[in-house]
Design a protein. Structure first.
Length: 344
């Protein structure tokens, strides 16, 4: 009996040591993102002002922020280095927002890790649009936990009530979103909840698809298959990212509308040991090269929002630069755009 107890104690100790060493090893090997905030481009915070008014929103190539509020998290959950205010200044216009009710305090979360309080980010969005009325924001509330939906609606109504886009037309939400031009949405934000969450009867809440993108009549598709995103960078770009583009092409073929399309350009830490930065620091150069060549991609016309981890000036500029090849830059800003975003 004593031997059995000792054996159990030994197993428990070894298990604890493995967890501790795994955590310490993850911190040591991958570390935290070492980016320092830098923005030497005065047009990043107002880059949409350079785009023609009649351009459809889903024809613009837009920098997107994955797990946008995860800054200041433990390294295992952190996918962004800079707070949302800085991400806005760097050019991000799509935000992936996940909110949980943490015993009455509403926080950003990523898997089991909780982060900063959520309420201030709504103030960031309001202040940014007040200062930059030429811009438009896409706020994708991908996940809710612990009945946080009602509080999120309260935050939206408190901070963004005069800035949310509403469908007061006879069009379906999908047809409405699909037809939006930049002129329709300047100074506004589009609010998206998962279709399964409900609240789509509200005229300012639009539905997003599930990860598999198998639902119909949804306004935003952000196809995610974990099996794809856990691959190595080269394999992912060579063999899997095209599957996401093919998914939106099939949706358009089936439904006649594109809606908004988010391309998941980040990799996933499947083992949850080394953290998102360990994947991104080895993936970034490959992803940047892939984006730089997009204008020669046969499916360039389908690209809309490109969602990335650890946004910085270079990543956002590289995405925004591609709009030049869509021929949607205002004529009077053509040369300025070429010089500002280093168009080749």
């Amino acid at each position: 009996m004593k031997m059995k107890v000792r054996h159990i104690i030994l197993i428990c100790i070894l298990s604890i040591l493995m967890v501790v060493f795994g955590f310490v090893g993850g911190c040591f090997i991958s570390g935290k993102c070492n980016y320092k905030y830098k923005n030497t481009n005065e047009y990043l915070n107002k880059w949409m002002s350079l785009i023609k008014d009649d351009t459809k929103l889903n024809n613009i190539i837009i920098p997107g922020s994955h797990d946008s509020g995860s800054y200041k998290m433990l390294y295992m959950g952190e996918t962004q280095k800079f707070d949302i205010s800085k991400q806005l200044q760097l050019g991000a216009r799509y935000f992936d927002i996940r909110i949980t009710n943490d015993n009455g305090t509403y926080r950003i979360f990523h898997d089991i890790i909780k982060g900063v309080e959520a309420e201030p980010i709504f103030g960031y969005f309001r202040d940014f649009l007040n200062e930059n009325p030429s811009e438009a924001l896409i706020l994708d509330f991908q996940h809710f936990e612990n009945d946080s939906e009602e509080k999120v609606l309260e935050f939206i109504n408190t901070y963004l009530s005069d800035k949310v886009l509403k469908n007061n037309t006879a069009l379906s939400d999908l047809a409405f979103i699909d037809g939006l031009t930049l002129a329709d949405v300047r100074g506004k934000c589009i609010i998206l909840f998962r279709k399964s969450v409900g609240y789509n009867d509200l005229d300012y809440v639009f539905s997003r698809n599930n990860d598999a993108c198998i639902l119909s009549d949804t306004c935003l598709n952000s196809n995610y298959v974990k099996e794809y995103n856990i691959k190595g960078s080269v394999v992912y770009l060579n063999d899997y990212i095209q599957k996401y583009i093919d998914n939106i092409k099939e949706k358009i073929n089936d439904e006649g509308y594109k809606g908004l399309f988010v391309l998941q350009a980040q990799l996933t830490d499947a083992k949850k040991i080394f953290g998102p930065w360990s994947r991104e620091k080895n993936h970034d150069a490959n992803m940047q090269s892939w984006i730089s060549a997009l204008n020669n991609h046969p499916d360039f016309a389908y690209i809309n929002i490109i969602m990335r981890d650890f946004l910085n000036q270079e990543k956002c500029e590289n995405i925004i630069r591609m709009n030049y090849y869509k021929y949607i830059v205002k004529d009077e800003y053509d040369e300025l755009y070429m010089n500002t975003f280093k168009v080749a």
